[in-house]
Design a protein around this ligand. Sequence first.
Ligand SMILES: Nc1ncnc2c1ncn2[C@@H]1O[C@H](COP(=O)(O)OP(=O)(O)O)[C@@H](O)[C@H]1O
Ligand SMILES: [Mg+2]
Length: 371
Amino acid sequence: MGTNEQPTLILKDIHKSFGKNKVLNGISIEVNRGELVTFVGPSGCGKTTLLRIIGGFTEHDSGEVILDGRSIGHLPPNLRDTRICFQNYALFPHLTVGENLAYGLKIKKWDKKKIQERVDELLTLVQLEGFKDRMIDKMSGGQQQRVAFARALAYSPKVLLLDEPISNLDANLRILMRDEIRRLQTELYITTVFVTHDQFEAMAISDKIVVLSDGYIQQVGSPIEIYDHPVNEFIASFVGYVNFLDAKIDSIKKETSAAVVSTEYGKLELDIEQAEFVSGDDVLLVIRPETIQIAPSNGMVRQNVIQGTLKRYIYTGALAKCHVMLGDREIIVDIHDPRDHVPLRENDKVEVTISRNVHVLKRQGSGPADT
Ligand SMILES: Nc1ncnc2c1ncn2[C@@H]1O[C@H](COP(=O)(O)OP(=O)(O)O)[C@@H](O)[C@H]1O
Ligand SMILES: [Mg+2]
């Protein structure tokens, strides 16, 4: 993607209320060409509303929708170069697969031969060759999902809008379709806005994730940024498990960004973004279970090592989950490939080592900078 290229889709300060219910409180976001951007957030947080506003099915109260540099917020859906795939697919049950795919093209007055060619092409694309003459209601959920997806692609929109396209499928099929949508989206290089309530789906499919909650954007970032550098507690707990530990910054070495923090278990040495913190700050350490080392205790005092007791050991094959008591606080430690690990038994005295690279959040209400 050229760095000078303007974003394909820009949302500028979108507001939307239904009566007294303020659903969107100033949503601004840019989607670059070929990107798959996911809106993720709990049910009812306004994801569908936002997608409908982009597609022209719901009117926003204020703000701008810009597609390829042109403001399109006033245009009806059929005059926008966007296509939406609704959560319930909205296929015509009394028409065949082929007729469903041809429908929009007929309205666009394509000629018959061209329509049939395109329908065949779409069927190949979603691996439904041979199903052209089957009625929609004789297709399985997964097959209907493919038809809905193909129909949205029928005349190559500039932006594809997908509203929880795979949420109605069962778990295995969901993963299969997720990976297939991503593969096609990348291959076709089609700019896509994807909506889901499933954090793991968002992580797996997205170039960029937009986390929504209470009508606001909590964070925008790549899956790695969201996971490794969450901006607040909400985001930190949003994907996967985290152990939170209160701490206070004792000192920061300017040259190396090494900080000493004190916790209820003693002092830890960490590498932190020194620009963001000063001595005396109250902080929260965001410690992922897979970043903690665990071993039988040998009682020696060492840097970043905390003594504890193994309360539960849950073996799940590729992973063992250790519930460790540090005093009266329980933390979770993951051991990957546990067969290669020193054996541990419940009630063993253990020691855990905290990585120098844990993510550090400023305690809300502590200090000025909160950007
Ligand atoms: N047409 C509508 N009229 C009134 N309220 C609506 C309408 N559409 C959505 N809402 C409300 O807006 C909020 C967001 O809904 P929605 O965008 O569907 O959330 P999501 O897709 O994230 O689950 C909900 O509180 C919902 O009840
Ligand atoms: Mg929805």
